[in-house]
Design a protein around this ligand. Structure first.
Ligand SMILES: [Zn+2]
Length: 303
C-alpha cells in the first residue's frame, strides 16, 4: 500500500505525466484565456506568468502563446482537449520571450503550423541557447521537455488564417516591445490579442525600442476591438484606457531619463528616480523599471 502511495505521489508530482488542464476563462464565444501569475523571471518563476490561450473555429483550433515550459504547454493542450476534439492547426507566438514560447514543444504531436513574426526564427537562433539555460536554472526538473520550436510560417506584414468560419488577422510590428511582436485579431468576436504590446497591471518591460512601442500603441488604438487580451494582466473591455496607462508609463520613463541625463545624473542615480511617480500603478515595479532604465539610459545618453 505504502509503495503504491509513493508511486502515486511521484506520478502526481511529475509535471509531464500529470498535466492537469490549465484553468481557462471563456472571454468570448470560443475564445479561452489562462492568466499566469505576476511573478518575475528570476525569482519565484514557475513558467506560468503570462496570458496564454486558444480560439476554436469550425475546422480547428489556434493556440496563442504556449506558456513558459513544455509542462505548461501540456497543461494548455489538455485544457483544449477538455473543450474540443478538433485538431490544433496553429500555434501562434506573439513574440520571442521565454514565458510565451517554451510550451510549443507540447504541440509538436499535433503537427500544426507554428506562426510568428518574420524576425522570430532569427531571434530564436540568437537567444535560444541562453533561454534554455535560463529556464533550466529557474525551473529545474520542471523545465524538462522544453525546447525551441521555430515558426513554420512567418508574418512579415499581415496574414489571415482561417479556423473554419473564423478568420484571424495577424499583424506584424516594427521593433517595439521586442523585434518580434505580432497581434492577433479574432474578427468574429472583435477580440484583440496584443501579446506584450499591452501590459495591464504588470510593469511594461522594454526589450526593443521605446519610440517604436509608442508608435505601436497609436496603431493599436485604430483596431476595432471590443476587448483586448494583454500579454500580462486582466482582459480589458476599455482598450484605449489600458493603452493610456501604458503610454503614460512609457512617456514618463522617457521624459524622466532624458531630464536626468540633462541634469548630469548618473545611471545609478536615475535608477531610483526615473518614472517613480508610476510606482503605485504597477506590479513588480522596482525590478522591471530598473531594467528598463538600464536599457534606455545608455541609448538616450547619445541622443
Ligand atoms: Zn514579453
Amino acid at each position: 500500500m505504502r509503495k503504491i502511495l509513493i508511486v502515486l505521489l511521484a506520478l502526481l508530482a511529475s509535471p509531464v505525466l500529470f498535466a492537469a488542464p490549465l484553468s481557462m476563462t471563456e472571454v468570448a464565444p470560443g475564445v479561452y484565456v489562462h492568466h499566469g501569475a505576476h511573478e518575475d523571471l528570476d525569482e519565484g518563476y514557475h513558467g506560468d506568468i503570462c496570458n496564454i490561450g486558444f480560439i476554436v473555429g469550425a475546422k480547428g483550433v489556434a493556440i496563442i502563446d504556449s506558456g513558459g515550459s513544455f509542462a505548461v504547454g501540456q497543461q494548455l493542450r489538455n485544457a483544449v482537449r477538455k473543450v474540443t476534439k478538433l485538431p490544433i492547426l496553429y500555434v501562434i507566438n506573439t513574440h520571442v520571450h521565454p514565458d510565451h514560447i517554451f510550451g510549443n514543444a507540447a504541440f509538436l504531436q499535433d503537427k500544426p503550423e507554428f506562426v510568428g513574426h518574420a524576425n522570430l526564427a532569427g531571434a530564436m537562433d540568437a537567444r535560444g541557447e541562453i533561454y534554455l539555460r535560463n529556464i533550466t536554472t529557474w525551473l529545474g526538473d520542471a523545465a524538462k521537455g522544453s525546447e525551441i520550436v521555430k515558426p513554420t510560417q512567418s508574418v512579415a506584414d499581415t496574414l489571415e488564417i482561417d479556423l473554419g468560419n473564423r478568420v484571424l488577422l495577424l499583424t506584424a510590428f516594427p521593433v517595439a516591445h521586442t523585434n518580434t511582436d505580432i497581434t492577433v485579431l479574432d474578427r468574429a468576436s472583435a477580440t484583440l490579442w496584443t501579446g506584450d504590446l499591452l501590459f495591464v497591471e504588470r510593469t511594461p518591460s522594454l526589450d526593443g525600442d521605446i519610440n517604436g512601442w509608442l508608435a505601436a500603441i497609436e496603431k493599436l488604438r485604430g483596431v476595432p476591438a471590443l476587448r483586448a487580451i494583454p500579454g500580462h494582466g486582466a482582459v480589458v473591455s476599455d482598450v484605449s484606457l489600458a493603452l493610456n496607462d501604458e503610454q503614460r508609463y512609457l512617456e514618463t520613463l522617457l521624459a524622466d531619463i532624458r531630464a536626468a541625463i540633462k541634469e548630469g545624473k548618473s545611471m545609478e542615480q536615475t535608477m531610483d528616480s526615473a518614472a517613480a511617480s508610476e510606482r503605485d500603478h504597477w506590479a513588480l515595479f522596482n525590478a522591471v523599471n530598473r531594467r528598463n532604465i538600464n536599457l534606455l539610459y545608455p541609448k538616450l545618453e547619445w541622443e
